[in-house]
Ligand binder design. Structure first.
Ligand code: 5HU
Length: 183
């Protein structure tokens, strides 16, 4: 996608865009980026499934090429313009993501790879009273999932083994909220 570098490039267009018409539900998908992208293919498949229900605002999370490009831009900026500029770029990411989080109808987080950003987004989503589903792969050490997530009654935690299983969990979660489009 041509606008990938700055995540839809222009924050104004994102903030003024008003998602959430009656016909369209918007989902905020969380998955590790700087925390490690070893599960990016799984994110991509869950995002693809989520798109059968509505719009996924954070599609870039499942796009390793995009995030690698973003990283190259960061390194280039750091070399050419220094840390101040880099700071601005991260601020833009934060601005856009917070706007998307606010406009989302539900948050779906894949939490198997530990990520500070994902944990932060879940906390913000909770403060915004967004419905939150956390998915965690059973083949990993489930004891590693933070008590701030597993112990939080506002967060719906589900363990899964396969992507189809994760997709079924997503379907049930959205159906329970009255947001799912699929039967
Ligand atoms: O470039 C980015 N774009 C972006 O949208 N994020 C958001 C979305 C992800 O759900 C989450 C990942 O956080 P982290 O990079 O700390 O693993 O933060 C995070 C980054 C990089 O931190």
């Amino acid at each position: 996608m041509s606008s990938a570098i700055t995540q839809k490039s222009d924050i104004a267009s994102v903030v003024t865009e008003q998602p959430g018409t009656d016909a369209q539900h918007n989902f905020y998908f969380c998955g590790s980026i700087r925390g490690g992208q070893q599960d990016v293919d799984i994110y991509m498949q869950i995002i693809k499934h989520l798109k059968t229900h509505g719009s996924v605002l954070t599609e870039h999370v499942g796009d390793a090429v995009h995030t690698a490009e973003l990283m190259k831009v960061r390194v280039k900026l750091e070399r050419e313009k220094g840390a101040a500029m880099l700071e601005l770029t991260d601020q833009k990411i934060w601005d856009i993501d917070m706007a998307w989080l606010k406009s989302s109808h539900a948050v779906i987080a894949e939490c198997t790879t530990t990520s500070m950003g994902v944990g932060y987004e879940i906390g913000i989503a909770e403060s915004l009273a967004k419905p939150i589903l956390c998915l965690y792969r059973k083949d990993k050490d489930v004891a590693k999932l933070s008590a701030m997530i597993t112990g939080n009654p506002k967060v719906y935690v589900k363990y899964y083994e396969t992507v189809p299983e994760a997709c079924t969990i997503v379907d049930e979660f959205l159906k329970g909220l009255g947001l799912g489009l699929r039967k």
